[in-house]
Write a protein that binds this ligand. Sequence first.
Ligand SMILES: [Zn+2]
Length: 335
Amino acid sequence: MRIYSIGVDLGGTNLRIAAVDSDGKLLEKLTTGAEVQRGRDFVINEMCAAIESLRVKYRDSGQLAGIGIGVPGFIDMDSGTVVRSPNLPDWLNFPVREQIEGKLGTTVVLENDANAAAMGEQWLGAGRNMDHMAMYTLGTGVGGGLIFNGRLWHGMNGMANELGHINVEPEGHPCGCGSRGCLEQYASATAIVRMAQEAIAAGDAPDLAAGARGNVEFTSRGIYQLALQGHVSAQKIYRKVGRALAIGIGGMVNALNLPMYVIGGGVASAWEAFAPAMFEGLKFRSFIYSTTAPDKVGPGRKHTVVTIALLGSDAGLYGAARLPLLKAGPSQAPA
Ligand SMILES: [Zn+2]
């Protein structure tokens, strides 16, 4: 009998739910507004109703392995509790797993959304067939995920993978985590807009100032458009993004010597604008990278790949669905 699972991606604006079989085939995807401002009970009820509708629909076509849920924020893996989530302010120490298992009576696996995205890319995206990889999600903030031997690395108590808070500028811009100069302050969508505003305020980006006043939407995407059109100060900002990624990823390459580092999230679509500075920086910052870069080793030899994610915003959804399949055991979920 076919085994399938249900993945849930709870973002700030959308609640997305998908039924996926153990081969990674999408059976059905639902999207609703997350409406987090209506409170956690409302969101949980909406989520359970949507899960239940899929479960009823696919009842006769397969066996449900469980439900995987990706949530932005700190998760206590042992208890399945959302400890704290910046996007979900009333989900403080909220036992999501217990709540949903109680309502639906099936296995629930709770996971941080960036970890879920890493899992998705490793299963069906850029990291397909990779046993080990790191993933960076460049969005409003910068998240990360590490996969060793096909499994997510959680660290001692589930707090691992804060790759966005690795330092890239010792005395740099203050970060919400309390430190300064974290990668997130140079490689997130928020940081790109801030760096553009700083350049405008300093008077050395007249073309950006014109862009900000004009038709171009003043977002990281709009600034990317300006960079593509040849605006030098927009290109300079994306070079800063590339430099920061080179420092952050270069340190990881030196520490871990993984075969693959995947960059996803909305900012990754500006790959063309930041990748040249990133690759140049990686060769300079990491001797492991410079000796294992694809253009340094012969064909068929092991090399370090730094590449763009392939699943876009679906990575977290597929990754969430993967989690209960892995939990169900290798015999039911062939790798
Ligand atoms: Zn930080």
